[in-house]
Design a protein around this ligand. Structure first.
Ligand code: ADP
Ligand code: ZN
Length: 602
């Protein structure tokens, strides 16, 4: 018996094997069973419904909330020689009629449909032949999630109208709770659940102390990601604008993206990011959902994300193609103070504030851990893992030191200041006192005097800031009120009383950056020999022109790993070229000769 699934994978995509759970998922759907698929971004979800839709008789209906992406998804399928089309509000009447006719004639393997069009499309769908329903971004059905789409609640109709057609729901973001909600709302209780590990081994996680953040961002990009596409997340619109401006002045192709821009500007910038190579998008978190660009090589955060979930989702936009990518975060004392203040002064009631506060605590713990970042991240999502060897802490284990005495000095300064002046002070004033730059009395009276307490100290300003940051993260002190003034927590009282020791980590930003660059590049493009690199660049240039001529994103012509394999293997015949991973039959026919020519002449 021939293996239809495998032969389709080879013929259409040019891949020689399935990834992780793809095989079981594809088999289940081909056999007509329902499936609920949880796979991280870049895991290869699309193939799980596209392949069965090709194999099974009839048209696969794909419900996708991201209208902007449908066009690219359909274009990518057409490149693979698959008959696909989409129906959404952006189409004019003639085009819509044409798509409907193609669907009814049975010519389409796949039809993408916006959820809000489902109701109106029922009569049409009833007249055609349907092989399966795929519900992409299935977490949009969750009313508790941030991506809730009311139209998703209406998707139950599919099961009622087509009880015998298999359904496959897919998402990259789901806690156990969301998963249950998806299953019950979409009536997928009887579906097989396929839950992959959420690990993204190709992403290197790094968290550095924030010091002149934009300069260190520039150094990071310049030394490790020159010419690469990346996303830089900032908290405010203003900081988005300033960062983009700063990077542009330094010669980078940087663009801003935030809710304050006009829709046209946003569309234009997003399109540039998706279509052109090497664009750095400076953005608020408004940018991201549905950014299906596989070759984003880095995601940088200039401000602390509000939760580990948010951080994981945002960093997950790097390296969807499985090639090495970096998640880089600069984090400082001011972030903690500012976010605590935002929570306290926010709209939320006490319950919500408590939730936000717990989210922040988890994020701080991740920043301050001396252990493996990935282990902690995955642990947060309920997965156990070994230390990864590909995060800053694994690559360069931070030294820890006994910080009990400095912590006590700091705590007692807070207590005595409060006693002497009847009020609390911010981190800056307290550090000045610890450094002997100001005295407690001068702080109280508003002018400088000679130090009366004589707190001698071996720590400098940066070291004290690191101590304060870590004590905040450990909930030994708290930043409260409008000005983020320092207070002792119950745990702080224990430390001050000598009943609890304090273990602190040393900041190691500079060395980490250097050593991890070597580790990152070991697997990356630099591995190519000079001649191969030249071929790779020539192929990239050819791809750029080819994509431009068809106005499609470059990666759907061939992705980077396929181009790299071509540069290394140096095929000289069509048969050899067909053996390269990512070269299926349609692309071989369409591009084979041109590619061989580029390779031969470079
Ligand atoms: P997701 O939708 O889960 O984010 P995609 O479906 O976009 O992920 O797949 C990510 C990348 O992995 C794509 O470039 C895709 O072509 C590639 N890919 C998927 N399955 C395989 C496979 N079996 N072998 C090689 N590459 C694959
Ligand atoms: Zn690690």
């Amino acid at each position: 018996m021939t293996d239809v699934a495998l032969s389709t994978l080879e013929r259409v995509w040019g891949y020689s094997e399935f990834r992780a759970q793809q095989r079981e998922i594809v088999d289940a759907v081909i056999a007509g069973r329902d499936a609920l698929v949880l796979m991280p971004t870049g895991g290869g979800k699309s193939l799980c419904y596209q392949l069965p839709a090709i194999v099974r008789e009839g048209t696969g209906i794909v419900i996708s909330p991201l209208i902007a992406l449908m066009q690219d998804q359909v274009a990518a399928l057409e490149q693979l020689g698959v008959n696909a089309a989409f129906l959404n509000s952006s189409l004019d009447l003639d085009t819509r009629r044409e798509v409907e006719a193609r669907f009814l004639s049975g010519e389409l393997d796949m039809l993408y449909l916006a959820p809000e069009r489902l109701q109106a499309s029922l009569p049409l769908l009833k007249r055609g032949r349907i092989s399966l329903f795929a519900i992409d971004e299935a977490h949009c059905v969750s009313q508790w999630g941030h991506d809730f789409r009311p139209d998703y609640l209406g998707l139950g109709v599919i099961h009622e109208e087509w009880p015998d057609v298999p359904r496959i729901a897919l998402t990259a973001t789901a806690t156990v709770q969301t998963r249950q909600e998806i299953a019950s709302r979409l009536q997928l209780e009887d579906a097989e659940h396929f839950v992959s590990s959420f690990d993204r081994p190709n992403i290197q996680y790094r968290i550095v102390p924030k010091q002149r953040a934009r300069d260190s961002l520039l150094r990071f990009i310049g030394s490790e990601h020159e010419g690469d596409a990346g996303i830089v997340y900032c908290l405010s619109r203003k900081s988005v604008e300033q960062t983009a401006e700063f990077l542009r002045k330094e010669g980078l192709d940087a663009l801003p993206y935030h809710a304050g821009l006009t829709p046209e500007q946003r569309r234009f910038n997003q399109k540039r990011f998706l279509r052109d190579e090497g664009v750095v998008m400076c953005a608020t978190i408004a940018f991201g959902m549905g950014i299906d660009k596989p070759d984003v090589r880095f995601v940088a955060h200039l401000d602390l994300p509000k939760s580990v979930e948010g951080y994981y989702q945002e960093t997950g936009r790097a390296g969807r193609d499985g090639e090495p990518a970096t998640a880089w975060l600069a984090y400082g004392l001011q972030d903690v103070v500012q976010q605590r203040r935002m929570i306290e002064q926010g709209e939320g009631d006490a319950f919500r504030q408590r939730q936000q506060s717990l989210h922040l605590d988890a994020m701080l713990a991740l920043c301050e851990t001396a252990g493996c970042r990935r282990q902690m991240l995955l642990g947060y999502f309920g997965e156990e893992a070994e230390p990864c060897g590909n995060c800053d802490n694994c690559l360069q284990p931070p030294e820890t030191w006994d910080g009990t005495v400095p912590a006590q000095k700091l705590l007692s300064t807070i207590v005595r200041l409060d006693r002497a002046t009847g009020r609390a002070y911010g981190a800056g004033a307290i550090i000045d006192i610890l450094l002997g730059k100001r005295t407690e009395r001068s702080a109280a009276q508003g002018h400088d005097q000679v130090s009366t307490f004589g707190i001698g100290t071996e720590l400098n300003d940066a070291a004290w800031r690191s101590v304060v940051r870590q004590l905040l993260a450990m909930n030994i002190i708290a930043a409260v009120g409008e000005y983020g003034v320092m207070q002792l927590t119950p745990r702080g009282a224990e430390v001050l009383a000598g009943r609890e020791p304090v273990e602190l980590r040393k900041d190691v930003s500079a060395q980490v950056a250097r050593s991890s660059r070597r580790a990152a590049s070991a697997a990356a493009v630099e591995e190519l020999q000079p001649a191969q690199l030249e071929r790779f660049e020539a192929l990239r240039e050819w791809r750029r022109e080819t994509a431009k001529a068809q106005s499609v994103p470059a990666y759907i012509v061939f992705n980077d790993s396929t181009l790299r394999a071509m540069a290394v293997d140096r095929p000289s015949t069509l048969t050899e070229l067909a053996g390269v991973s990512g070269v299926g039959r349609a692309k071989l026919e369409q591009y084979g000769d041109e590619v061989l020519e580029v390779i031969a002449s470079s």
